[in-house]
Design a protein around this ligand. Structure first.
Ligand code: GLU
Length: 308
């Protein structure tokens, strides 16, 4: 499959929800789940699930199962088996080898501290200044592995946020594909897995908007198709912090699933459901799917959860 010649309308879309199991499902990740589900299912597509448990130090035992149980209780059935990133090391290694064989990857000895001290700040932390591009300095040993980036801009049309133009070399720098702790980086894993799962439509939080150009860049290098992207506003608390485990976002409650789902639906700018009992997920989804309009999703990167 080539990226540009395939028309998305020819085959049913395939979306996905890819939570990191660092805790139970909270409102912020529920929004991504509901948005990706509605986007795929309203067009007769499939909705796949992937557990991003690659970052084992951050993975909390039991969290993956608790997320799956919450989705079930909310009436959100996924298609096919759940893909666990923790079992995918071989595939990530193969992709990395492919890039290495083409001379696109180099070892890097720099510590975070050294980079922070010598770099200008970019859109996602310090821009890597390219210190190890031409080889390791004598006496230094490799910690991470980075991909060579380019000054050619990456341009894409986000279905919610509009046109994005981004020059990776200048705004991010050569980025890490294999981390100093030995784990493959999120950017590599997500690209390999979206291709493996045949994802045509990525709908997720806008906190990942700045990662998308890196992912498109890797897709091009690896010869994978580029999905359509839609980045939803990220739910923030009253002080503007993303709802997450770190900001102590409470788990969503599933005893009255329609109340929980309706809050996510309204957060996404959709018409609320009417005449639906709090436990009647079937009626909720029938109405929500019929009414889904991606052009009603607020074109914002963040939105207070309370405004829902
Ligand atoms: N695992 C990421 C998260 O929970 C999402 C990754 C993605 O959707 O690409 O924030």
């Amino acid at each position: 499959m080539s990226s540009s010649s395939v028309t998305a309308s020819a085959v049913p879309p395939r979306g996905r929800f890819a939570p990191s199991p660092t805790g139970p499902l909270h409102f912020g990740s529920l929004v991504a789940a509901v948005g990706s589900y509605l986007d795929a299912k309203s067009r007769g597509g499939e909705w796949l699930l992937r557990m991003e448990d690659l970052d084992q130090p951050r993975t909390v035992p039991g969290a993956a199962d608790s997320i799956l149980r919450a989705l079930e209780a909310l009436g959100m059935a996924w298609d096919g088996p759940v893909l666990y990133q923790s079992g995918r090391d071989q595939a990530y290694r193969a992709a990395l080898e492919k890039l290495k064989a083409r001379g696109l990857v180099y070892p890097c000895a720099c510590s975070r501290r050294e980079i922070a001290d010598s770099a200008v700040s970019g859109i996602d932390g310090p821009v890597y200044p390219g210190t190890c591009r031409k080889g390791l300095l004598p006496g230094r040993s490799a910690r991470a592995e980075r991909v060579l980036t380019s000054s050619e801009p990456i341009i894409f049309e986000d279905a919610v946020q509009g046109r994005i133009v981004h020059t990776i070399e200048r705004q991010i720098g050569d980025f890490v594909l294999k981390r100093a702790d030995g784990f493959h980086a999120y950017q590599l894993a997500v690209v390999v897995d979206d291709a493996e799962q045949g994802i045509s439509d990525v709908v997720r939080g806008a906190d990942l908007l700045d990662s998308t150009p890196r992912q498109i860049y890797l897709q091009r290098l690896l010869g994978y198709p580029t999905p359509r992207y839609a980045h939803l506003p990220v739910a923030v608390n009253v002080v503007g912090e993303k709802l997450s485990k770190q900001t102590l976002a409470p788990p969503v409650t599933t005893d009255e699933p329609v109340i929980t789902l309706d809050a996510a639906l309204r957060f996404l700018g959709q018409a609320p459901v009417t005449d639906c009992a709090p436990g009647d997920v079937r009626t909720f989804w029938a109405q929500a799917l019929a009414g889904w309009r991606i052009d009603r999703v607020p074109r914002q990167r963040t939105q207070p959860a309370q405004s829902a």
